[in-house]
Design a protein around this ligand. Structure first.
Ligand SMILES: O=C(O)CCC(=O)C(=O)O
Ligand SMILES: [Fe+2]
Length: 226
């Protein structure tokens, strides 16, 4: 499998659209293909994380971050829209996890919002992954890498399938901005927090209908900002 890495950076926005992921499979136990895909993709995720840590001189945190990570594989299907229609299949959002690796069949649909608010169509070449920085990594890096807002729009007459490897911090691990990223010019922006506690709060808010799960951008930033 060829490894093409595109790191996609930022934008914030606020859109409410209907989520139309038709099925989600977490782990299909016993499936060799799924297990080996997850293995490959998680190795790739580690390489990317290492590159990011090295670029900030934070390599010493590699083991700690890897040891406190959970991996989840999701298979997503987006049905083709009705003829001559174009549908918001997945509303704009930022991922709250650490990092997302996306792999798709040859049907495009993912859009990333640029800094100036423009939606850019992603056209990954076959055998390449799209890498999204999640809010959790963005917070840990004291905002050095922003988490991009993204959505899925369906056009044409083919269904789209995507595979996502979602890495997130384990419950009980306290996410704390490294001292190396804080100085007089770079004040600390986020309070230490446990990702699981954040998720409890987030899902409680959703249950209370205080926020829309797929329409609310930068939830984690708001939760733990100083
Ligand atoms: O299917 C895709 O390309 C995007 C999926 C996504 O953004 C998500 O599940 O968070
Ligand atoms: Fe996402």
């Amino acid at each position: 499998m060829k490894e093409n890495i595109s790191l996609l950076l930022p934008q914030r926005s606020f859109h409410h659209h209907r989520r139309a992921i038709l099925f989600i499979i977490c782990f299909v136990l016993g499936s060799k293909t799924v297990a080996s895909f997850t293995q490959l993709a998680s190795e790739l995720q580690k390489k990317i994380l290492k590159m990011i840590l090295e670029s900030f001189g934070l390599e010493k945190y590699m083991d700690e971050l890897i040891d406190s990570t959970n991996y989840q594989l999701r298979v997503m299907k987006y049905e083709k829209p009705k003829p001559s229609d174009s549908t918001h299949a997945l509303a704009a959002h930022c991922d709250t996890n650490t990092m997302t690796l996306l792999y798709q069949n040859e049907v495009n649909g993912l859009q990333i919002q640029s800094k100036d608010g423009e939606w850019i169509n992603m056209k990954p070449s076959p055998n390449s992954f799209i890498v999204l920085i999640g809010e959790s990594l963005s917070v840990w890096l004291n905002g050095r890498l922003p988490s991009p807002s993204h959505r899925v729009m369906m056009k044409g007459n083919e269904d789209r399938y995507s595979l996502g490897l979602f890495t997130r911090p384990r419950g009980g691990y306290v996410i704390k901005v490294p001292n190396e990223l804080v100085d007089d010019n770079n004040p600390i922006l986020f309070k230490p927090h446990d990702h699981e506690e954040f998720l409890k709060f987030y899902y409680f808010e959703i249950a209370q209908a205080a926020v829309k799960p797929w329409g609310y951008i930068s939830r984690l930033n708001a939760y733990c900002s100083v």
